[in-house]
Structure formats: structure tokens, C-alpha cells
Design a protein. Structure first.
Length: 591
């Protein structure tokens, strides 16, 4: 027999309200949940001061809170920026691999000057409240706004308070930074060597950063050692009791969930739902609503379009309403913030940094970062589609005519209920299987089309190709004969598709990983000597794997002079925090 694909979404034992919080119903269930270790998160970032027009880069570390090793529990992590009113200014999600990820966000002119908190967490961590969540202070200076009152003060005790906290703990006995010298000229090559002096005890994952020291007095960012001390006693297991609500862990991917109700607002159970994430590399997920009308699925693959079409898989016999759930934020209203204040003596530094940022952004196109595309998605999961490119044939007016005149193995059939459906012929020459009259799965640009009659008259002039897979499928309890994927020339079928029994909504994509641009001034790359270079972050390696061998990195200084900090910050395989600081001085090349 031919391979039969089974596409099912299983979470049958849980009852999930539209807020995605599950209620613990018994002691046995509570014990099972507590057997899953809690997590904790550390963020190394390029703060503590960020200006409008700059990127904040961060490296994301997620740990098993019971053994301090990289967590394999959550598939997704979150980074948020919160203001003193407890409002979320932004939230990003990142895909985790062995507990690690990276990302950045651009601070635009809509973000006012002020003191903020940078948060790092997983959905599973949120069950233990804000105490479990990583928190670090961040200052944003928006020099383009008139009102700077959030950062103005004449607090004379501020310096003494900051000075007391400026001494950052460090450990250089395990892994060390080696530099050729301490003073360099502008646009000069610098070589950094990492040496592991403790063999296996030094193996681990670290962030390597070279960043200009701030000219302003500010509370330093948390490093790996201070983080380990501060979050040493966070809970290692779920802090809940029977009857409490629960944020579900995203172990199998990004959780996507919602609810189906009838015209009277009552839940619709056993409704077969399909979730399409459209595009050339589409995702197709199925689910069945529970007794409360809830459906849920996980998106594990790295989809390209931040949009989901969620609809009833078959023609509904009654009016239904489909809604997508949202996960509530934690209450951040009780957070306390460090207070950074602008002093008159900072005015020149603020002005210069603002000018440098404008010049850097103006020339961004000649030194851009590149997106890491990741592993391509195979929407056919190993199936071998037969693809017909319509430009190689006589063009016909409608989609139905095209199937009749061009395709040998597919066409419309009459249905007993009066609604015609598309049938893909079975491959009896290759496979020994029973004859069936199952409908095909039909997708236009990755959008599942439940009612095949709706696309009968689709303008075939807009179609680029039609691909067929003649395997049998079983999805959400129903059998299908084959899959047909129609690709339009513009690839935008999803933009104007309005499901009769469903929704077409945007969804938040995880932040894409990047390869960050590395400035070079080698002789063979001359021509950029006239382009201004005011980089404050000279080197950013969010995750460096240290093993037995020494590692070497190189970077070039910019046109900025002054003191720059070389930082190695991270954790050994066994969870020991390591933080190492070195300082280099950049002077004008002629000096």
C-alpha cells in the first residue's frame, strides 16, 4: 500500500478557553504538571542606554530552573519592553534551539524618552509570575521630542547610588580574552582570541561583544554572574494549585488557538477546523473543537507570512463565528525602575550621538544585515508533486476549463449534496489500493479552499502553475484523495480571500535571525573610505560555542574614539556563569 499521510492535531485531554489558560482540575493533574521543570531566562543586550535610531541587540538564554542547563522545554521565547505605567511598548517572540536564540529591535521616534524594563520569558514561566521573569533596566533617549521631563531631575544622590552598583562581578579564571594590545587607531583591525583554560569545565555558550562605553552615568546592565546570583532561588517547579488557571507550555511550537460558537454564542463542539498559513512554503494544520468549542494547534516550521486563515474544514450547515485567542500579558504595574537622569553636561554627547545615528542610518543600505532564511519548508512533507506550468499550454478562461483541457488526472465531480468537488485520480498502476470517491485537498497560494465550487470560475490567466500529489490523506477524521496546489502569478490569493465560516487574520511572526554586517577595511575592499563609520557596537556575536580549541575573532574600529569594552558573557555547559571584561582605547589614526 502507498504511504498514507495522517495530519492530526492532538491535545485531546486539555480544555482550552479562548484566553489560552487551562484550569487545573485534580491533584493528579497538578502532580503531572509539576513534573515539568520550570524555566528561567537571561538576556545579554547592547544597553543600558539606547537612542532613537539605534538597534538594541539581544542574546536569549533559556535554562531549566532545576539544573541550570539549557532548557529543552519551550520552543518559543519572548522579549518585551515595558514602561513605568506597566504598558507593553513592544513584544517580540523568538524561536529557541537548545534554549538559545537572538534578535534585535529598532527604536523608532514613536518611543518617548524614559526609563524602561526589558523582560525575557517563556509562556511556561509566566505561571510563576513576574518574579520568575528576567528583568533589566533600559534607558531610551529620544532627542527628537521636546518633552524630556521623564529623564530630568536634580537628584544629587544619584551618582553615589550608581557608583555603588557600577562594580560588575567578573570571572576570568576559566575562559579569557586575549588582545594584541590595548590602544588602536580608527578603522584599524583588532584580533580577539578566546582561550579556554579549564578544558571541559570551560565548554559553553557565550556572547562576545565590543561596544563603546557610554559617556553618561547609568546603572550597568545585568551580566551573567549578577543574573545567576539574582535568579538563583527562582522556583524550579510550577507554583500553582488545583483550580488555578495555567499558561500552557509551547513545547511543540507556537501555540495558535481559538474558539467556535454558533449564532447564539454557544460553543460548537467537534467542528473540523483547518488553519492555513499561506505562501509558497505554506503550512496546513487541522484541529477539532472540544466540548467548549476550543481548537488549538502548534506552528513548528519557520513560516514566511505572518497571516493565518482559520476556517471550518467542510461546508458548515449553520452560521458559526470563529475567533482567535490572545495570551494575556503579565501584570507589570508593580515593577520598580532605576532612575536615569539627563544632566546638562551630557548635552554635547547626546547631540553627537544623535548626529552619528542619523549618518549611520543614511548609509545603512551599503552595510546592511542579512536575514538567515533557515531550513526551507517542504509543504508536501516528502511527497513528489506533478507540476503543470500553464504557460506551456494553451490558456483557457477559467480554472474549471483548465482542469478539463490541460490536466489528465483531476477535474470536477458532482456531489450528492449538489456542491461539486475536485477529484484527483488514483494511481492504480503504481499502487494496489481500493477505489474511492474522496475529494481532493485544494489550496490556492497555500490557502485551503473548502468549497471547490467557489473557485470554478477563477480567472485562469492569473494562475502560474498547478501541482498535484496523488497520495491519500486523512485529516481531522476525514479521508481525502490527493492534494492540488494552485500557485498564482502574484502569489496573493490570501489577500482577498474571505472565508464564509472563518477568519483571515494577521499573526505575529517570530523575529528572524540575522547575520550582522561586519565592517572591513582590507585593501581589496577600498572604496568605502569616504563612507562615515560611527558604529558604537564594533562586534556582536550573540552565541559563541567554546570548546577545547582557541577561538579567534576580528573586527575593525570605527571613526569613534574613546574607550570600548570587550565583553565575554555567558554560561558553561554545566550552568556556571562566566563574565570577562577588557577595555581598549581607540585614538585618531595619526596619533
Amino acid at each position: 500500500m502507498k504511504k498514507q499521510w495522517v495530519i492530526l492535531m492532538v491535545l485531546a485531554t486539555l480544555s482550552l478557553p479562548v484566553q489560552a489558560q487551562y484550569v487545573i482540575s485534580s491533584e493528579e493533574e497538578l502532580e503531572n504538571l509539576k513534573s515539568l521543570p520550570q524555566e528561567k531566562v537571561y538576556l545579554h543586550h547592547t544597553g543600558p542606554i539606547v537612542f532613537t535610531g539605534e538597534y538594541l541587540h539581544y542574546a536569549f538564554y533559556c535554562f531549566n530552573a532545576q539544573n541550570n542547563r539549557a532548557s529543552n522545554i519551550s520552543f518559543v521565547g519572548y522579549v518585551a519592553l515595558v514602561n513605568p505605567q506597566g504598558e507593553y511598548v513592544l513584544e517580540q517572540k523568538v524561536r529557541l534551539q537548545k534554549g538559545k536564540s537572538q534578535g534585535d529591535f529598532f527604536v523608532n521616534t514613536h518611543v518617548p524618552s524614559g526609563n524602561y524594563k526589558l523582560l525575557g520569558y517563556t509562556q511556561w514561566m509566566k505561571n510563576n509570575g513576574m518574579e520568575q521573569v528576567f528583568k533589566d533596566d533600559l534607558v531610551i533617549i529620544n532627542p527628537y521630542q521636546i518633552d524630556q521631563s521623564q529623564l530630568l531631575s536634580d537628584d544629587s544622590e544619584e551618582k553615589a547610588i550608581i557608583d555603588k552598583k557600577m562594580s560588575q562581578p567578573m570571572d576570568s579564571s576559566v575562559v579569557q580574552i586575549k588582545l594584541e594590545r590595548e590602544i588602536y587607531g580608527t578603522r584599524e583591525k583588532v584580533v580577539v582570541n578566546l582561550k579556554n583554560y579549564k578544558a571541559q569545565l570551560g565548554h559553553g555558550n557565550y556572547t562576545l561583544k565590543v561596544q563603546k562605553k557610554t559617556e553618561m552615568l547609568v546603572f550597568p546592565s545585568i551580566n551573567a554572574i549578577s543574573y545567576a546570583n539574582k535568579y538563583f532561588n527562582v522556583n524550579g517547579e510550577l507554583d500553582k494549585t488545583v483550580g488555578d488557571s495555567l499558561f500552557l507550555p509551547e513545547q511543540r511550537g507556537e501555540l495558535l488557538y481559538g474558539k467556535v460558537t454558533d449564532g447564539q454564542g454557544s460553543p460548537v463542539s467537534d467542528a473540523k477546523m483547518v488553519v492555513s498559513v499561506p505562501g509558497e512554503e505554506f503550512l496546513l494544520k487541522f484541529a477539532i473543537t472540544d466540548s467548549h468549542g476550543n481548537f488549538y494547534t502548534y506552528l513548528r516550521k519557520n513560516y514566511k507570512l505572518g497571516r493565518a486563515i482559520v476556517q471550518v474544514a467542510e461546508n458548515a450547515q449553520e452560521d458559526v463565528e470563529v475567533s482567535l485567542g490572545t495570551v494575556p500579558n503579565l501584570d507589570a504595574s508593580q515593577l520598580t525602575f532605576n532612575q536615569f537622569h539627563i544632566k546638562p553636561k551630557y548635552s554635547e554627547a547626546i547631540e553627537q550621538r544623535s548626529i552619528h545615528n542619523q549618518l549611520e542610518n543614511q548609509f545603512y543600505s551599503v552595510k546592511p544585515d542579512s536575514i538567515l532564511l533557515g531550513t526551507p519548508i517542504d509543504p508536501f512533507d516528502g511527497g513528489m508533486p506533478e507540476t503543470i506550468k500553464l504557460d506551456e499550454f494553451t490558456r483557457f478562461r477559467t480554472f474549471q476549463e483548465t482542469l478539463v483541457e490541460v490536466l489528465n488526472y483531476a477535474g470536477y465531480r458532482n456531489s450528492p449534496d449538489g456542491s461539486d468537488y475536485i477529484r484527483i485520480a488514483q494511481d492504480f498502476e503504481t499502487y494496489n489500493e481500493k477505489a474511492n470517491d474522496f475529494p481532493a485537498i485544494v489550496l490556492f497560494d497555500g490557502v485551503y479552499v473548502p468549497d471547490h465550487e467557489k473557485v470554478k470560475d477563477f480567472d485562469a490567466g492569473q494562475i502560474q502553475s498547478i501541482s498535484l500529489v496523488r497520495d491519500q490523506f486523512r485529516m481531522a477524521g476525514r479521508d481525502y484523495q490527493g492534494m492540488m496546489v494552485v500557485k498564482t502569478i502574484d502569489g496573493d490569493f490570501f489577500e482577498n480571500y474571505t472565508p464564509v465560516h472563518g477568519i483571515n487574520v494577521p499573526i505575529e511572526k517570530p523575529a528572524l535571525k540575522k547575520n550582522y554586517y561586519k565592517q572591513r577595511y582590507a585593501t581589496e575592499e577600498m572604496g568605502n573610505e569616504k563612507i562615515p563609520d560611527y558604529r558604537r557596537v564594533l562586534l556582536w556575536e550573540p552565541h559563541v560555542e567554546v570548546g577545547e580549541s582557541d577561538l579567534q575573532f576580528e573586527f575593525y574600529t570605527s571613526d569613534l574614539t574613546g574607550e570600548f569594552e570587550v565583553v565575554l558573557d555567558g554560561f558553561t555547559t554545566y550552568g556556571k556563569p562566566i563574565t570577562v571584561y577588557k577595555t581598549i582605547v581607540v585614538k585618531e589614526a595619526s596619533q
